[in-house]
Design a protein around this ligand. Structure first.
Ligand code: NAD
Length: 260
């Protein structure tokens, strides 16, 4: 219940999906939370349901000046900022040949430059205090390739690299930086056609756990990284993917589901 007692967190892209699940969990664990997102109505509604320990701030992660407003909101709410979850992201399905320069730059701008701006601006505040935890939400697509996701994969591999450099430059100053790599998760991004669970799970039959993930299952990992329980993790990458990056089943062969 109190794993984040006394801590203040900024979570980007927290108006819905995994970010919202993370905000709910963090507040339940005693944190004060800034819900930062471009979606004002959803963000304000969520903050209202979470009560006095949550506040919504309209924030575009690509806008450098806006990061100072978010930082100030965190300081106003909790006195200082202890945790940043760089979660905001966009997905785009286009082959490399279909991807215009502007498409590529848009995805990189939100996913990678947005995370960099958070690591730099909120990171500066944490470095001044000599403590803090930054959780960068990458993806399994930051560890492998995926057809149709050239810009997205590039951004998520970039987040993984950014995390490693930040871990080196910040770790010895008391600020831990780690990345989380979700597999398929049942959100507007992971389930864009809003299919029912059985239909979505069908898409994951070659993955060891044979189902889509839930937003809260990723939030639990961010909670661990945000809390002092992960005090010796710095530069780590944690997959929350039901085994997707471990391997795919050779369907019908020994050891696959239903075959002894
Ligand atoms: P989602 O689309 O439900 O949520 C993304 C949130 O980011 C939205 O609230 C959106 O408004 C916000 N956002 C987008 N652009 C923004 C900007 N410029 N500034 C601020 N906020 C912005 O998707 P989700 O599944 O909850 O994704 C959360 C994170 O997890 C993303 O980084 C995504 O890439 C990553 N991820 C998702 C999956 C999946 O299957 N759902 C898998 C791996 C990684």
């Amino acid at each position: 219940m109190n794993r984040l007692q006394g801590k203040t967190a900024i979570i980007t892209g927290a108006a819905r999906g995994m970010g919202a699940a993370t905000a709910e969990l963090f507040v339940a664990e005693g944190a004060r939370v800034i819900i930062a997102d471009v979606l004002t109505a959803e963000g304000e509604a969520l903050a209202k349901t979470l009560g006095g320990n949550a506040r919504f701030v309209q924030h575009d992660v690509t806008d450098e000046a806006s990061w100072q407003r978010v930082l100030q909101a965190g300081i106003d709410l909790g006195g200082a900022v202890d945790v940043l979850v760089n979660n905001a992201g966009v997905l785009m399905f286009k082959t490399l040949q279909q991807t215009e320069k502007s498409d590529f730059e848009r995805v990189l701008s939100v996913n990678l430059t947005g995370s960099f701006l958070g690591v730099r601006s909120i990171g500066a505040h944490m470095l001044e205090r000599g403590r803090g935890s930054i959780v960068n939400i990458s993806s399994v697509d930051g560890m492998k390739a995926a057809n149709g996701l050239g810009a997205y994969c590039s951004s998520k591999w970039g987040i993984r690299g950014l995390t490693k450099v930040a871990a080196m430059e910040y770790g010895h100053k008391g600020v831990r930086v780690n990345s989380v790599h979700p597999g398929g998760v049942d959100t507007a991004m992971g389930n864009p056609y809003a299919e029912d669970k059985a239909a979505v799970n069908q898409r994951y039959q070659m993955v060891p756990m044979q189902r889509v993930g839930e937003p809260n299952e990723v939030a639990q990992t961010s909670l661990f990284l945000a809390s002092d329980e992960s005090s010796y993790l710095c530069g780590a990458e944690i997959t929350v993917d039901g085994g997707m990056t471990t391997g795919f089943y050779y369907v019908g062969f020994p050891g696959a589901p239903g075959v002894e």
